[in-house]
Ligand binder design. Structure first.
Ligand SMILES: O=C(O)CCC(=O)C(=O)O
Ligand SMILES: [Fe+2]
Length: 334
């Protein structure tokens, strides 16, 4: 059976641990093969926490530009903080993506072993002090980050099952992971915008899985390989849009798709979304999984998470060794 758009899947059977779990595994497997995208409902993240994240995000983006710029992520090499409008560019025909962002991760002290080793994405957060409740902002973001790591581990267990592996096959990958929370705001596109203008140009994600919370505005689209067209990922209140990143494609030798997606916000109002990128332990080596080789063997050489992520960011953001350049040249995030 072919799907017209990524399916909405009930995650409750994961916790029920009864015969319905096998059905859940099969639904996710099919979605991974056809779209590399699905939506998850009945997951354990409380609606109240999701609402609080979106509210704090909105409040931060409402601050004056010069205040937001104080937290610019280019002031250090930890990849945390504010990313101004049009910083990233996934479509060279435009002046850059029509979105602004704010990156958060696990808030690690400077003497953490991974931070000292300058492992990718490890470091301290930046927290804005100009929002009305700075402590609340920090508490909510930290709590949400922890909860999203737990959900990521659960989804990685299901992915292992879909591939006929033990539930803990990705245990080492899930330890001390690179996990990035990205608050995003998309202003409405101008009515006279060029046909190329995008909130975020077509790209694939770098990590293992992304779990995206979106408001009810709409505008996210995914490529349907079977019908060769963009299809909407229709907002479902409280649901997570889960998509597979490049690492999962490498693990499975292309059995699972790391699929192209983009955002075009023609709604006439601003759109908020919050992707969470789960990219695993920086020292873990991604290699073709047992049973995925096929007759021609592995298509991709082994690579560590640190090397992969550093390379992908350098390609698409023009950064290297922590020095941050202009984020203009990009060949897409594939
Ligand atoms: O905002 C969205 O809906 C998509 C964001 C996205 O694809 C990304 O940040 O990689
Ligand atoms: Fe993405």
């Amino acid at each position: 059976m072919n799907l017209n758009e990524p399916p909405v899947i009930d995650f409750a059977p994961f916790y029920a641990n009864d015969s319905t779990k096998e059905d859940l595994i099969q639904q996710i497997k099919q979605a991974c093969e056809q779209f590399g995208f699905f939506q998850l409902i009945n997951h354990p993240i409380p609606t109240k926490l999701q609402t609080a994240v979106l509210q704090h995000s909105k409040e931060f983006f409402n601050l004056p530009l010069e205040t937001k710029e104080k937290y610019n992520l280019t002031t250090d090499s930890f990849n945390r903080g504010y990313e101004r409008l049009r910083s990233q560019n996934f479509d060279k025909r435009t002046k850059g993506d029509l979105k602004e962002g704010f990156f958060l991760g696990k808030d690690l002290p400077l003497d953490d072993a991974y931070v000292l080793q300058r492992r990718f994405g490890q470091g301290p957060n930046k927290y804005p002090s100009e929002v009305t409740d700075p402590k609340g902002f920090r508490r909510v973001m930290d709590e949400y980050h922890d909860a999203m790591i737990e959900l990521s581990v659960a989804i990685m267990q299901v992915l292992a099952h879909t591939l006929g592996l033990d539930g803990d096959a990705f245990r080492d990958f899930c330890d001390h992971p690179v996990a990035v929370l990205r608050l995003l705001r998309y202003p409405p596109q101008e009515a006279d915008a060029s046909g190329f203008e995008k909130g975020i140009g077509a790209h694939t994600d770098f990590g293992a899985i992304t779990m995206l919370l979106q408001d009810d505005t709409g505008g996210l689209q995914v490529w349907n390989n079977l019908s060769s067209e963009w299809v909407d990922v229709t907002p479902v209140p409280g649901a997570y849009v889960v998509n597979l990143g490049n690492m999962t494609m490498r693990w499975t030798n292309n059995r699972y798709l790391s699929n192209l997606h983009r955002v075009i916000n023609t709604s006439g109002k601003e759109r908020f979304s919050v992707p969470f990128f789960f990219s695993g332990n920086p020292n873990y080596t991604i290699r073709c999984l047992p049973g995925c080789e096929g007759p021609e063997g592995a298509k991709y050489p082994p690579i560590t998470v640190h090397e992969w992520m550093t390379g992908r960011y350098a390609d698409t953001y023009g950064r290297s060794e922590g020095a941050i350049g202009e984020m203009r040249q990009t060949g897409g995030n594939v």
